[in-house]
Design a protein around this ligand. Structure first.
Ligand code: IPE
Ligand code: IPE
Ligand code: MG
Ligand code: MG
Ligand code: MG
Length: 288
């Protein structure tokens, strides 16, 4: 993950340097982008691409674009009108430093520029046009109203309400699982995977993505804000989470089952899928 993270960060640095934007907006975008996330989604793009034997140089740019969408979602997620958190990626949240208006606009810009990258003929050189369109469509759907934005909406509307395990699974699948699954599918598409490979990897991503949010819920109550580098506010905000509905031990077991299901989805892949399997194991083993 460390090695791949360097490739993603290098692309993001270069891209941000060339971007023509008002200084304050650029500072705000750069502040959150460079604050040091785990880069899980772009690393998954690269790992899925490797798993199918892909050779597209554009895979790094596509991963970086997804990381920009993820970073936008974090900036907006932390806003006072959303989760109202003060601490993210080891630093004060974007709106705490730049104010709500610039934080909202930095999020808007990151989301929009991601699609500028994905549709740029120079950056995506060598990728067949139909593949480019499929990638754009895949990511747009995952990030949009039936995916992440829809999930975030249900999350906010469910605060303090009594919802059941099925409703919570739906929220987590959308708000977090969708973009993680799209990351894996993006790597597969750019690697010119077969239809069967794409579907296996989509299932891998859906299970691993859901497990990732369950682990996030668990860490929110078991780790300190300092350890996580972000505020822990689920209990205070009355969020329904896997531990709050199922209990901590059951939630842990469910996350492990989901990871095993993810690994099972790629059972027919050879050793080139080993990094992908390792990342799936890391999702539940991580402590931050
Ligand atoms: C946090 O995502 C938000 C969720 C979807 C759970 P990450 O845990 O991937 O955050 P960073 O990118 O490492 O900061
Ligand atoms: C956020 O879930 C998922 C997103 C799409 C940003 P959380 O609200 O649990 O994420 P954290 O814990 O603030 O990182
Ligand atoms: Mg949230
Ligand atoms: Mg949050
Ligand atoms: Mg959380």
């Amino acid at each position: 993950m460390k090695k791949q993270k360097i490739r993603i960060d290098a692309f993001l640095d270069d891209y941000m340097r060339t971007l023509a934007v008002p200084d304050r907006l650029k500072e705000s975008m750069h502040y959150s982008l460079s604050a040091g996330g785990k880069r899980l989604r772009p690393v998954l793009v690269l790992a899925a691409h490797d798993a199918v034997g892909g050779t597209a140089p554009a895979v790094v740019a596509a991963g970086a674009a997804i990381e920009m969408i993820h970073t936008y979602s974090l900036i907006h997620d932390d806003l006072p009108s959303m989760d109202n958190d003060d601490f993210r990626r080891g630093k004060p949240t974007n709106h705490k430093v730049f104010g709500d208006a610039i934080a909202i606009l930095a999020g808007d810009a990151l989301l929009t520029q991601a699609f500028d990258i994905l549709s740029d003929p120079e950056i995506m050189k060598g990728v067949p046009e139909l593949t480019r369109i499929r990638v754009v469509s895949e990511i747009a759907r995952a990030a949009g109203s039936s995916g992440m934005v829809g999930g975030q909406t249900l999350d906010i509307l469910s605060e303090g309400k009594d919802i059941d395990g099925e409703a919570l699974q739906n929220i987590h699948t959308r708000k977090t699982g969708a973009l993680i699954s799209a990351s894996v599918v993006t790597g597969a598409l750019l690697g010119e995977a077969t239809t069967k490979e794409v579907e296996d990897l989509r299932n891998f991503g859906a299970s691993a993505g859901l497990a990732f949010q369950v682990a996030d819920d668990i860490l929110d109550i078991t780790q300190s804000a300092q350890q996580l580098g972000k505020s822990t506010s689920d209990v205070a905000r009355g969020k329904k989470t896997y531990p709050s509905i199922h209990g901590l031990e059951r939630a842990r077991g469910m996350a492990t089952t989901m990871v095993n299901e993810a690994i099972e989805s790629v059972a027919s892949f050879d050793t080139r899928a080993e990094p992908l399997r390792e990342i799936a194991r890391y999702i539940v083993a991580r402590t931050c």
